[in-house]
Write a protein that binds this ligand. Structure first.
Ligand code: CS2
Length: 483
């Protein structure tokens, strides 16, 4: 009976009394081997779970988490000694599991030096990252470091007290080199094409501005494997926390909600060793590019399409939008007609099966995945999800009506107004600039579309494409007429 359950705060002392699935190893034996930058839900539902699976055999791979922007995760998780509950929602119901691989969390905005001290400890052999697309401080079109980014300017002015993720990596690697120590592997787990290579490029560019010898050392000694990491992780809500307590007795400030599905493909290139990931459902390969492009276009591209078109249609969550037959048909044909044909997959991958599995995952009613969560940072996400396939198809003379509709949906999402002002909140590093552009453009749809398509850092060569403009404006009229 729910009301009879005792409410128990999650921490090392109460762990033995927790009745849900929990670690099969002694936490006292675990020592850190990984520093993770950007310890949000995505990491805690993914790499941290894999590490939890392997700590019984390899206890020297514990995780020190770091948040570069906010103190919230550190404030919630440290009193729980890093413990948190993974809430897995699937057709089979809800499964709970306590994850113990995170040993501590550092809020780097207040304690940068503490984070650097951990990063230069030679016991740390991997520094992994989920800092989102914008955390790489690069130009989304060219993937080059943006030397005018405020955080990069700050890091160039005082490299010893960095602010950005590339800044922390460069400074930690500099100190390791100066100490005569080995470097660490940098493992990017973000949704970027060739994420390892992008990360390497921004790190080398920043290091090169500061100390060319350091850039050479990093180039020669540090590996930056690419990864494809996939698991849908909606933001946790108070309702999730309450239900967790009601159903398990666990009082946890920072649980993570996710689906049962999980996939990870990693390039096997680790300069100072790695855990036996291959024994824990991670596919170790020599090249992840095909997997990465498949996921970025079919999953993330469809997600972005649902986020903008679904929000415009009045839905709040992915599962709700997936109840709309017209939208589902659109997503199916976007994937099948315009995205899948751009992919070149190994023969053992069944793309049709992958697409139907995605539709099923999107329908998961347990997840409550907010469309507005996915709609954030469109300027950083759409280049790899939608614009790269557009570029490829246009160069082959192929039609792009559905891909153009995604861009038109994004522009409509940015510019759409209701009685009181803009209809949707816009969380995007270029948000203010884009809103100013559409306001300056006035009410004419042609000008609104042009104002966004002219963003060079997002559209690159496509900014000048008449074909893209024509295709987008047609869809924009269609969407506006349908609203
Ligand atoms: C989503 C991703 O928010 C978004 O942009 O498309 O976070 C997506 O849920 C994950 O990549 C799934 O692996």
């Amino acid at each position: 009976m729910l009301s009879l359950r005792l409410k128990m705060k999650l921490n090392n002392k109460t762990l033995s009394q927790i009745t849900v699935k929990k670690p099969d190893y002694d936490r006292g034996e675990v020592s850190p081997g990984i520093v993770h930058l950007g310890i949000g839900g995505f990491h805690r539902a993914h790499l941290a779970v894999t590490v939890d699976n392997l700590l019984a055999k390899e206890p020297d791979w514990g995780i020190i988490g770091a948040s570069l922007r906010s103190c919230a995760t550190a404030d919630a998780l440290n009193p729980q000694h890093g413990l948190y509950t993974l809430i897995e929602k699937s057709e089979a119901g809800v499964a709970y599991r306590v994850i113990a691989s995170v040993l501590e969390v550092i809020a780097a905005c207040d304690n940068g030096e503490q984070l650097l001290a951990k990063m230069i400890d030679p016991a740390i052999r991997i520094v992994s990252l989920t800092v989102t697309e914008k955390g790489y401080c690069h130009d989304p079109d060219t993937a080059e470091l943006n030397l005018e980014h405020p955080d990069i300017l700050a890091d160039l002015a005082s490299p010893e007290s960095p602010r950005s993720a590339p800044g922390f990596l460069v400074e930690a690697l500099r100190r390791r080199r100066d100490n005569g120590d080995k470097p660490f592997t940098v493992l990017s787990c973000d949704n970027l094409p060739s994420n390892g290579r992008v990360c390497r490029q921004v790190v080398l560019a920043l290091a090169g501005q500061l100390d060319t010898g350091l850039a050479d050392w990093i180039e020669a000694r540090v590996s930056f494997p690419c990864t494809m990491v996939d698991r849908i992780v909606p933001a946790t809500t108070d309702v999730d926390r309450r239900l967790l307590t009601e159903q398990t007795g666990i009082s946890d400030h920072w649980p993570v909600v996710t689906e049962a599905f999980s996939q990870c493909v990693v390039e096997d290139d680790f300069c100072v060793g790695r855990p036996a990931f291959e024994c824990h459902n991670i596919q170790m390969v020599s090249d992840v590019a095909a997997f990465e492009t498949m996921k970025l276009r079919l999953l993330n591209g469809s997600h972005s399409a649902l986020a903008y078109l679904g929000s415009l249609a009045g839905y709040e969550t992915v599962a709700q939008a997936m109840q709309d037959n017209q939208l589902v048909q659109f997503i199916e044909s976007l994937m099948g007609q315009e995205l899948a044909p751009t992919l070149n997959m190994p023969t053992d991958i069944d793309l049709k099966e992958y697409q139907s599995q995605l539709l099923k995952r999107f329908r998961n009613p347990g997840l409550q995945h907010q469309l507005l969560q996915i709609a954030t940072d469109g300027s950083q996400k759409l280049p790899q999800r939608i614009l790269s396939p557009i570029r490829e198809r246009l160069s082959q003379g192929l039609p792009i009506p559905r891909l153009a509709r995604c861009i038109a949906g994004w522009i409509a999402f940015i510019s759409c107004r209701d009685g009181t002002g803009f209809r949707f909140p816009l969380r995007d590093p270029l948000g203010d600039e884009m809103r100013q552009q559409v306001m300056a453009a006035g009410a004419a749809p042609v000008n609104q579309v042009k104002s966004i398509l002219s963003l060079q850092s997002v559209f690159g060569d496509l900014a000048a494409s008449e074909e893209l403009f024509e295709a987008v404006i047609r869809q924009f009229h269609d969407i506006s007429g349908a609203k």
